[in-house]
Design a protein around this ligand. Structure first.
Ligand code: ATP
Ligand code: MG
Length: 400
């Protein structure tokens, strides 16, 4: 029986089969459904070439067409559909030099990294398992498909992927696979930074992050990673009871707080982080530093980006393992906030100019608005025009 969660995606496979092609669910979604974990994206593998898929489906987005991958949109949902392929040699250790399409799933499964990721499922829910993936799921083991040294040499990113799956699933890395990691890891230096960072972010967010970081330390893989290669001692500061950090910005902020002499910008640049990640990291560092001097108050909670709340609480508890974290108090403060953003203030620059018509525009305006904002947030001033005007009489703007 096909698990219900695959029902909406089944139509993609049905249509491919109607056109005489083979098609299966593959990879992470099959693994996760067998583990009763929430599944991420649904990936489909098929004998149809990208050209054929362009004919079959109305909406096809050619995202990685050179590797045989397209996105098929069906009923407003996207599915990644990849043509069965076997990879040629990997002379640059990033991409296979050639991609050979094949018409059976067997060879396609052979190119996949780990046995637990080399599972396929047909539309009746039958599992195709050529490499003992189900047994490894039972044993909670990460094992390469075929010879570890060869597979890691082909694409050294798989080394970091092994660590990140152990962090996400809590699995052990099988002995020979672990051995191969030790043997091949120096080849990771040629990897594109973005690929590394992407896996690191997933490693840090894994439910079993402590395990992932334990492997990172034990295998010394960190000695091959950007930034960490220059500051290997950071690893000694990562606590054994490491908890999941659900944002790359959070991870860089945490590492910076662990070793303040390594500038935040060093992590951001070295890991080629996006502007968004940088913004998150800066917001967290500001909040954590504020908490150190002022403790937790409404102003802190107000300034922290709401999507970073859990991240903030995790990092704070990791940095202060002996202090009891009062999460209830934190959320209480958040719920008490009279406003959640500047836009909710019943006062703006125009109101201020009207109160002080003879004053020239200048820095005093931003400073006064900020003071008003803080007074409102802290609950010392009502968010009403009348009250704010009154307050300004007693607390007039200062010009320096
Ligand atoms: P997630 O839940 O994070 O999406 P996933 O297993 O789906 O996990 P992806 O990175 O989305 O991981 O890759 C999808 C599938 O493609 C994997 O399950 C694996 O079979 C294969 N794969 C991905 N990257 C590689 C790689 N570098 N080498 C070999 N196979 C890979
Ligand atoms: Mg996936």
């Amino acid at each position: 029986m096909l698990p219900h969660i695959f029902n909406p995606a089944k139509e993609v496979i049905v249509q491919l089969k109607e056109h005489g092609e083979h098609a299966y669910f593959v990879g992470g979604c099959v693994r996760d459904v067998l583990l009763h974990r929430e599944i991420g994206d649904i990936d489909i593998a098929t004998s149809a070439t990208p050209d054929k898929m362009l004919q079959i489906f109305d909406t096809v987005i050619p995202v990685g067409i050179e590797h045989g991958t397209v996105i098929v949109r069906l009923n407003h949902v996207s599915y990644e559909v990849t043509t069965f392929r076997k990879d040629g040699t990997y002379s640059d250790q990033r991409h296979p030099d050639t991609v050979l399409y094949v018409d059976q799933i067997d060879e396609d499964l052979q190119r996949r990294d780990f046995t637990i990721n080399a599972l396929a499922m047909d539309i009746d829910g039958n599992i195709i398992d050529l490499y003992g993936g189900q047994a490894d799921l039972q044993k909670k083991l990460i094992r390469t498909v075929g010879n570890g040294v060869e597979r890691f040499t082909e694409d050294p990113l798989r080394i970091l992927r092994a660590l990140r799956f152990s962090s996400q699933l809590g699995f052990k890395i099988e002995a020979q696979t672990l051995h191969a990691i030790q043997e091949v890891q120096s080849q990771m230096r040629n990897l594109a930074v973005e690929r590394i960072t992407n896996e690191l972010a997933k490693l840090a967010a894994g439910t079993y992050a402590a395990k992932g970081f334990m492997y990172l330390r034990q295998t010394k893989v960190y000695e091959q990673l950007p930034v960490m290669i220059h500051y290997p001692y950071i690893m000694e500061r990562i606590p054994n009871h490491m908890k999941p950090i659900h944002s790359l910005g959070g991870l860089t902020a945490f590492f910076h707080m662990l070793a303040p002499e390594i500038r935040l910008q060093t992590w951001i640049t070295g890991w080629k982080c996006s502007n968004r990640t940088k913004k998150e990291a800066m917001n967290l560092v500001e909040a954590i530093s504020y908490a150190k001097t002022h403790g937790m108050d409404r102003w802190l909670v107000y300034r922290l980006m709401p999507e970073l709340q859990t991240c903030f609480l995790t990092i704070t508890s990791l940095l202060n393992p002996n202090e009891e974290m009062d999460e209830t108090y934190f959320y209480q403060l958040f719920n008490q906030l009279p406003i959640r953003s500047k836009q909710e203030m019943n006062w703006n620059g125009n109101d201020l100019s009207r109160c002080f018509p003879d004053w020239k525009k200048g820095r005093w305006m931003q400073e006064t608005l900020l003071r008003i904002e803080k007074e409102i947030v802290m609950g010392r001033l009502d968010n009403s025009k009348i009250k704010i005007k009154e307050w300004l009489q007693w607390n007039p703007p200062v010009i320096d």
